[in-house]
Write a protein that binds this ligand. Sequence first.
Ligand code: SAH
Length: 281
Amino acid sequence: MDYFTGISPNGQRAGDVLFVGAGPGDPDLLTVRAHRALGQARVVLHDRLVSEDILALVNPAARLVEVGKTGFGPSIAQSEINALLVHLASDGEQVVRLKGGDPALFGRLDEEIEALDQAGIAWSVVPGITSASAASARIGRSLTRRGRNGALRIVTGHDAKGFADQDWRALAAEGAVTALYMGKRAARFVSGRLMMHGAGADLPVTIVENISRVDERIVATCLGDLPDAVETCDGPALILLGLAPHPRMTARSLPAELALSDFPFFPSLLKEASHGSRATS
Ligand code: SAH
């Protein structure tokens, strides 16, 4: 199946679903494939997390359907989203299912895939930049580091039953780094559990709110202060436990319009890189 024309190998038209990762918000952080899919889309079902700047790239002739779910507010049931996907694709539509970040992380991708499988509908996935990757780039810190942490934990603050239980001992271990998604409400719980399992109140923690958007904010704090620090966040926030921002990436808000061209060293780095490769070739 060609997901952009909807033509299957035997030449028949059929509906299908393309799951697309929208990344954290800045259209520059879309993959080229995602960009192309949005430009050619006919119907797009998107989450509330997908930014206006990304939605502006959708084919103007396409139908946009918000199937947003807020963490704790009114939301559309997952079963309704599954049914809508199946309904549209069964009608012969090429549906783009647009999800914030990467569709495979806390995006209920499997449930939607299972519904499509049951209905015999073809699908494919375009990955996106997940919040943890975008946040680590923003604070200039590696998520893994030789000799410090050979594992990165990606965890959620809450699950269907409430605050999510984790392997607290592993999360509290020396050098551990954890990317906590959906962690604002659970921050006090997580901070308490980690300290109970031996993590220090001074463990560095960085909150990155509204990553890559105009209202982006970096808050450098520590485990003991995390519950209060998180109270200042209104937007979606990714909490990096065990990481402090690089000193060049200031702990206070950075202007979101900062572009690569604003870094005086960047062009010279590029020059050095191209000289280097010429010298060795
Ligand atoms: N699939 C998404 C995660 C969806 S769960 C991804 O790969 O990033 C929703 C959580 O993701 C939010 O509660 C927040 O923790 C994080 N998140 C998503 N977008 C974000 C953004 N632009 N800035 C900060 N955190 C974000």
